[in-house]
Design a protein around this ligand. Structure first.
Ligand code: PLP
Length: 435
């Protein structure tokens, strides 16, 4: 059969509903998507939390074109190319002090699975092969690989897939609506919340634990900023027990919080960081694991001719991705993207919190240029209000996301003040229309 209209089995999409009302975007520029019939839609999600410098950045587009004409592909197994070397070095400069190596992959899911493997292999290399347990957190999203899914904290994502990795435990989400709802910035109470890790380690022998993995700000699970002191305390507990701390910075990286990574924004340095999305401004698939020097060093004790990490992907450090990554760092520097975010943050937070008191709103959380608005569910119809609000915003020309009854916003970092107003006004108008 030719031209099957449903040939594309799409990710995380209700296919039969999509066929009834397909949403197609044909072009994108700056802050907007453009539909095949020419309608402009303000992108309140930076694509899927990735187009941080805005769509169609000319320098990035040009770099990809040139790279494609120069070197279409080269393996990274026992060979490399100049852009891969250059991008690795510049990325480590962008990352926090002490993070000085990067392992390139092609997505956030691969980055997380790679980080988990590096963590286990690190302990193996140091003569502690019994350290295999991995600790994730409730509501964590770490992609769709078997490792990332195992440490994720979203039960419905796992339901259909049978046994995942054994030896995984989860921290609770450091959030209590009663005391934290409508907090501006980071809520208090982080030290007490982080003690949950000590509690877990009194159940699981700490000498069997390889790593703790958290998103510094829970992203897809609903934008939960870390309470004050929480990440610092996790760091201290991990240090005390010789456990590696992994930050999954796939969303929080590349300026989302006004600093290169959450690690810098919050002043807490993990041992490993997974990143993806904003690395290439979403223009070419790419991910990476940023690795602290002491972790890398542990792999370098064997004979020099031996492969230290038996792991990698055909497209690791793909030339087009490295070119896009280098150009993205140029754009960040030349257009002072981080400085712009810093200036926008007070307005973003203020405008978001003006929705307090709007119909159905049960909590509002912001962190950097992220925002979640929890709606009280309609009786007997969980998620209905979120879905309807999302649809009404789209009809009004604003693309947002909903995870059930939580509305989520994550626009490109180059958003103008007027566009911030457009997004929140659209949400407000939508909420006024739903019952
Ligand atoms: N980790 C986090 C924190 C994410 O938000 C995501 C995707 O949204 C992933 C991992 C997976 O990334 P990808 O979809 O590129 O595999």
């Amino acid at each position: 059969m030719t031209n099957a209209p449903d040939a594309f089995w799409m990710p995380f999409t209700p296919m039969r509903a999509f066929r009834q009302a397909p949403l197609l975007f044909e072009r994108a520029e700056g802050m907007h998507y453009i539909t095949p019939d020419g309608r402009r839609v303000l992108d309140g999600m930076a694509g899927l939390w990735c187009v941080n410098a805005g769509h169609g950045q000319p320098k990035i587009t040009q770099a990809i074109r040139e790279a494609a004409g120069r070197l279409d592909f080269v393996s990274s197994f026992k060979m490399s190319h100049p852009d891969a070397q250059a991008y690795a070095a510049r990325l480590c400069d962008f990352a926090p002090e002490g993070i000085d190596h990067v392992f390139f992959v092609n997505s956030g899911s691969e980055a997380v699975d790679t980080a988990l493997k590096i963590a286990r292999a690190y302990h193996h290399a140091r003569g502690a092969p019994s350290r295999t347990k991995l600790i994730g957190r409730a509501k964590g999203y770490h992609g769709m690989g078997w490792g990332g899914l195992s440490v994720s904290g979203i039960g419905r994502h796992k339901a259909a897939f049978g046994p995942l990795l054994p030896d995984v435990a989860h921290l609770p989400l450091p959030y209590e609506r009663a005391s934290m709802a409508f907090s501006r910035g980071r809520p208090a109470g982080g030290l007490a919340a982080a003690e949950a890790l000590e509690t877990l380690l009194s159940i699981h022998d700490p000498a069997t634990v390889a790593a703790v993995i958290v998103e510094p700000v829970t992203g897809s699970g609903g934008v939960y900023p870390p309470p004050l002191g929480y990440l610092e305390r996790l760091r201290a507990i991990c240090d005390k027990h010789g456990i590696l701390l992994i930050f999954d910075e796939v969303i929080t990286g590349f300026g989302r919080l006004g600093a290169p990574f959450a690690a810098q924004a919050y002043g807490v340095r993990p041992d490993l960081m997974s990143c993806a999305k904003g690395m290439t401004n979403g223009a070419v698939p790419m991910g990476g694991v940023l690795v602290a020097g002491h972790v890398h060093e542990a792999f370098m004790a064997g004979p020099p001719e031996a492969i230290e990490l038996l792991h990698g992907y055909t497209y690791s450090a793909h030339p087009l991705a490295c070119a896009a990554g280098l150009a993205t760092l140029d754009v960040f520097a030349e257009q002072d993207i981080l400085g712009q975010v810093g200036q926008l943050l007070p307005l973003w937070e203020e405008r978001a919190h003006q929705l307090k008191g709007a119909a159905h709103v049960a909590d509002i959380r912001t962190a950097g240029l992220l925002c979640a608005i929890d709606l009280a569910p309609r009786a007997g119809a969980d998620g209905a209000r979120g879905g309807e609000a999302n649809r009404l915003c789209l009809e009004a020309g604003v693309l947002i996301r909903n995870a059930g009854d939580t509305l989520v916003l994550s626009p490109p970092l180059v958003i103008a003040a007027q566009e911030i107003e457009t997004i929140f006004a659209a949400v407000e108008a939508a909420l006024a229309r739903i019952d």
